[in-house]
Design a protein around this ligand. Sequence first.
Ligand SMILES: Cc1cc2nc3c(=O)[nH]c(=O)nc-3n(C[C@H](O)[C@H](O)[C@H](O)COP(=O)(O)OP(=O)(O)OC[C@H]3O[C@@H](n4cnc5c(N)ncnc54)[C@H](O)[C@@H]3O)c2cc1C
Length: 437
Amino acid sequence: MVHGHKGVRFQNWARTYGCCPEMYYQPTSVEEVREVLALARQQNKKVKVVGGGHSPSDIACTDGFMIHMGKMNRVLQVDKEKKQVTVEAGILLTDLHPQLDKHGLALSNLGAVSDVTAGGVIGSGTHNTGIKHGILATQVVALTLMTADGAILECSESSNAEVFQAARVHLGCLGVILTITLQCVPQFHLQETSFPSTLKEVLDNLDSHLKKSEYFRFLWFPHSENVSIIYQDHTNKPPSSSASWFWDYAVGFYLLEFLLWTSTFLPCLVGWINRFFFWLLFTRKKESSNLSHKIFTYECRFKQHVQDWAEKTKEALLELKAMLEAHPKVVAHYPVEVRFTRGDDILLSPCFQRDSCYMNIIMYRPYGKDVPRLDYWLAYETIMKKFGGRPHWAKAHNCTRKDFEKMYPAFPKFCAIREKLDPTGMFLNSYLEKVFY
Ligand SMILES: Cc1cc2nc3c(=O)[nH]c(=O)nc-3n(C[C@H](O)[C@H](O)[C@H](O)COP(=O)(O)OP(=O)(O)OC[C@H]3O[C@@H](n4cnc5c(N)ncnc54)[C@H](O)[C@@H]3O)c2cc1C
């Protein structure tokens, strides 16, 4: 018999959203998940499944029943021939990597952090960079889904194919993802090289950068022309690191946090901070190499607000820059991170049927203090919409059903599948109601 807890408060990683679910469950088996759903049906409650709680929006919040998947976190099977691994959806990627290492396998691409679950990263459309690589959900070859009525659907290209096309980016609204089979690649090492450049140079030579490096991305420092280019590529070199406690922590975190806090009283300092930190930390060529998952991910120390939309690079970035120049009172923390992703056929993937560029903007919360960001956010969203952008599902945005109907050709198809699998809307919360109603 599954036991629930009352009075648990949930907060996302960035502490930007939280909620007090009526009941909080940590099931350890499929049967216990089924019991929670049966209780929810009897009592007419909403259900929200939560993974690592890293989504910067309220997508994982609920006042109803919360199912935390942390105890359903086993590796179930490793098929060395096909290089596929089947995991329970609650596994943190941080726990999956060493298991894959043992078998000489790796995931071909990862987001910036690994304290996130397999179920969460695919459900929110988590991505990294690499124009030959899709979002993380494109690595899924099969999954099992428990729907609102307690039934289990096995989904893949050959079984429940339509649900599979929807459920890889599921937003947590189709049911409980129980297991996921991921296509892996042989274990590999990456070399990361970062070097300074300018916005003009990188935008004029995007194709050449994309050809030169398998996992190319760049950071733009708003209120300046400065750019840091980052290449990550396969290597046979032994692990090496350019990390330094003094530069990475003392300067790159403690000093930066203090100066950003100071700038909450004197916003005109932000442009100077961006230029000063570029000069301090990003004007030197840096190299490091290691196992792929150690290079893809990094320790993210700052609590922050973020926005991240997928769409056209050059026009959107130049318009964002022009907006900041025309409105000196709108300040923007560094960096704006620009990443590239291959198109796919997943119904609600921001890269549905097109190769995409993601532009991630950020406003830190120094010592937990919120910094005014609404003008920046609004201008950014307006520009992204104008260029046909689609917001990252995990991140707070102001779009509603009307917007998504325009953005996603397959939106009606996804809605039909969702309504069939969850006719009473058991898996909706207020974030998802804005998407679907
Ligand atoms: C520091 C930091 C760095 C980040 N870097 C990146 C990045 O590089 N690229 C990027 O794209 N994103 C990035 N993100 C966003 C992050 O990858 C996503 O928010 C991801 O969803 C987090 O996974 P999670 O396990 O924490 O999911 P949660 O936030 O817990 O959940 C996300 C959604 O999935 C649903 N869900 C989770 N598990 C299940 C399940 N088993 N069954 C059904 N529904 C489920 C939830 O209901 C919710 O709707 C970052 C976030 C942070 C805080």
